[in-house]
Design a protein around this ligand. Structure first.
Ligand code: SF4
Length: 127
């Protein structure tokens, strides 16, 4: 038997929860239904929203803030960060635009632009 203690972050109550693993079964002790769902997911398949910045060519700023559209599997976040290091986008780009669909094969999880970046007039080819 293995026990995992965690604090629920679903609402401000911050209840203490405990997951008890016995063989293939996982029982969540404490909390409400939403808290139990959170604890089950956190123990079996933890996910996190990922935010970072990537380079943007020809924009009024050099980097574009991006975020995942939904929590991303924690076990693949290192791979995601390596992938994002190789990514670059071209201005202009609108806030909310999808930069990458189904990122790293995660269906329904997209990489989104978190702000609008307009074209930089200076980089329009006139020099
Ligand atoms: S278990 Fe329920 S009441 Fe407690 S923090 Fe989580 S969501 Fe809120």
């Amino acid at each position: 038997m293995e026990s995992v203690k965690l604090i629920c972050i679903v609402c401000p109550q911050g209840c203490h929860l405990e997951g008890v693993k016995e063989g293939d079964s996982l029982t969540i002790k404490g909390g409400c239904k939403r808290g139990k769902e959170y604890a089950y997911k956190e123990i079996t398949a933890p996910c996190r929203l990922v935010t970072t910045t990537i380079p943007v060519r020809g924009g009024v700023v050099a980097r574009l803030p991006v975020r995942t559209s939904a929590p991303f599997p924690k076990k693949k976040i290192r791979e995601l960060m390596m992938f994002l290091k190789s990514l670059e986008v071209q201005a202009p780009i609108e806030r909310g635009a999808i930069v990458v669909n189904d990122i790293l094969g995660e269906r329904g999880i997209h990489l989104l632009a978190a702000r609008t970046v307009a074209l930089d007039g200076k980089s329009s080819g006139k020099s």
